[in-house]
Design a protein around this ligand. Structure first.
Ligand code: G4P
Length: 525
């Protein structure tokens, strides 16, 4: 592909994740977006994942049992001359590690908030990760068809609780039974909610922001109140600032209802105009790789096993950072410095796995993996060796001793553990003295999924014994003396062979520090 053509293709890409607290409406909005993208699908298929009609794999039964979405998936569609990649993130907090890594692979994020509830804990956590990365964040206040909190309060909350400037693009005219539509200052129009005809109609605004056509809204108190508030915000609120939006310092705010499909298209149209195309990525040497660099490069942000029960496969999800992907291309795997041929690849046109046609910087490709890849791996073509910055590791807070129930089945036990650890599903430690396995997780659900998958995918029943230890602290190997291990801690190695102590509580950690004041312990965040 010529450089100019590559540039055009990259400019069309919009790659983002939707973040929200469970039940705010992420699934519903995703479905609406796919519909706008012309993805003809049975109504409710994204949704049906939850109820079990759309199981992608056996182990997802666990998510059906619990009624939560465990996995992230990738959906792609074309809309208005753009190629949109949506990276789904699980809402459940136990899966935050997976979610955080997914956020490393996007160029912007859409934050969906239930307008009756305001900002909830999980939204706040995910928001902070986006903010840390400085990626643009767009806000959709959902469920306006129900009674919502006063919009002024919702906008204030964004500023006070999240510490981000808010710029309302439109303003709700009432909510719930008296929801009449949106006063849209960005598009200079009023978008009328017409539930009876399942549609919307527009009334243009004149230069003064008044209704430019006769309408019953002109002397409707609810409309007048919304207009007053919008006027107040226009006078006293934040200025629209594209620079700030690009750096995640200001969030454009949209109102609507995903369920009745109102305000979603207005959001999508503006979002695709304002959201950034793929930008440069930094390497460990501090260099930047431009998306239009003719050499191909990308990194693995997620590995998922057995997505399709018919093919017992593993897929490594790669975010392309530069160049163009070509089937059968030879790349170098940075970690091993070894060549790999990329022949078996998929993309994600809304859940049908089509073979990749053109994939450029910004797109996500799925590589069928036989155990070559690890999370955080960089792959590239060309002579210039490179490694993208590492993905965040989260310090586990729950630990379990794990062993095979049946000692005759050690082989499948070890294979299962190795693969699931490589996938990033769970952390593995081995004790210094006896070489026993200890698993670490951020949340209990990770253990449940681990146990379930060990049995279902590797035919290995495991015994899990909870440890009271809650704090993991790494120690410089040069400072380590194995005698430091006592009844108050457990000395283990991580998968890289680095030593760390597992402490029961802060008291045990402080006791240790008191005894060895010169030893530096780190949480390795
Ligand atoms: P999530 O992926 O963020 O967890 O949320 P999801 O879309 O599954 O939505 C959670 C619930 O909120 C669903 O109801 C959904 O129908 C509802 N919902 C989503 N958007 C809106 C909206 O704009 N207005 C209203 N009133 N409700 C909305 P549920 O009772 O869990 O499922 P269902 O029985 O309705 O299918």
């Amino acid at each position: 592909m010529q450089k100019q053509q590559l540039q055009q293709e990259v400019d069309k890409r919009r790659t983002f994740a939707i973040i929200s607290h469970p039940d705010a409406g992420k699934t519903t909005i995703t479905e609406q977006l796919l519909l706008f993208g012309g993805i003809v699908r049975e109504a409710g298929t994204v949704k049906a994942k939850k109820s079990g009609n759309f199981a992608k794999s056996d182990w997802m039964e666990i998510e059906q049992k619990r009624g939560i979405s465990v996995t992230s998936s990738v959906m792609q569609f074309d809309y208005d001359d753009k190629r949109v990649n949506i990276l789904d993130t699980p809402g459940h907090e136990d899966f935050s590690e997976d979610t955080y890594r997914t956020l490393m692979a996007v160029d912007s994020a859409v934050m969906v908030i239930d307008a009756a509830k305001g900002i909830e804990p999980q939204t706040k956590k995910l928001f902070q990760i986006c903010k840390m990365r400085g990626i643009p964040i767009f806000t959709f206040m959902n469920k306006l068809d129900r009674d919502s909190r006063p919009p002024m309060e919702l906008v204030d909350q964004l500023e006070e609780v999240l510490g981000i400037e808010a710029y309302p693009m439109n303003w709700p005219i009432g909510s719930g039974r008296i929801f009449k539509g949106l006063y849209d200052r960005y598009n200079h129009r009023v978008e009328k909610f017409q539930p009876e005809s399942e549609g919307r109609s527009f009334i243009p605004l004149d230069a003064d922001g008044q209704l430019a056509e006769p309408s019953e809204l002109a002397d409707d108190d609810i409309y007048l109140e919304a207009k007053d508030e919008m006027d107040l915000i226009s006078e006293a609120g934040n200025q629209f600032d594209r620079e700030k939006i690009a750096h995640g310092e200001q969030t454009p705010v949209f109102f609507g209802s995903a369920l009745v499909n109102f305000g979603v298209q207005t959001f999508l149209d503006a979002y695709l105009k304002l959201a950034p195309a793929p930008g440069p990525h930094e390497t460990t040497t501090g260099d930047e790789v431009a998306p239009t660099d003719p050499e191909f490069s990308g990194f693995v942000f997620k590995i998922q096993a057995n997505m399709n029960p018919q093919h017992r496969d593993r897929i490594a999800f790669v975010r392309i950072c530069s160049g163009e992907f070509a089937r059968g291309m030879d790349v170098t795997l940075s970690r091993t410095n070894k060549p790999i041929r990329l022949s078996n690849v998929t993309e994600f046109m809304a859940n049908t796995r089509e073979n990749v046609q053109t994939a450029v910087a910004g797109d996500i490709i799925g590589l069928y993996d036989t155990g070559n890849f690890q999370i955080g791996d960089t792959i590239y073509t060309g002579k210039q060796a490179l490694q993208f910055e590492s993905l965040p590791q989260f310090t586990p807070e729950l630990f379990m001793r794990v062993s095979a129930k049946n000692v005759m089945k050690q082989k499948s036990f070890h294979k299962g553990i190795q693969q699931l650890v490589q996938e990033g599903a769970i952390q593995l430690y081995t004790t210094y003295d006896t070489g026993q396995y200890i698993l670490g997780a951020v949340g209990q659900l990770q253990f449940d999924v681990f146990q379930f998958r060990m049995q279902n995918e590797y035919n290995s029943d495991v015994v899990m014994e909870p440890l009271g230890h809650k704090i993991a602290r790494w120690i410089d190997p040069d400072q380590l003396d194995e005698k430091m291990s006592s009844s108050r801690n457990i000395l283990v190695k991580d998968i890289h062979g680095d030593p760390l102590f597992l402490f029961e509580n802060q008291f045990a950690e402080r006791w240790f520090q008191g005894k060895y004041p010169d030893v530096k312990l780190t949480a390795k965040l």
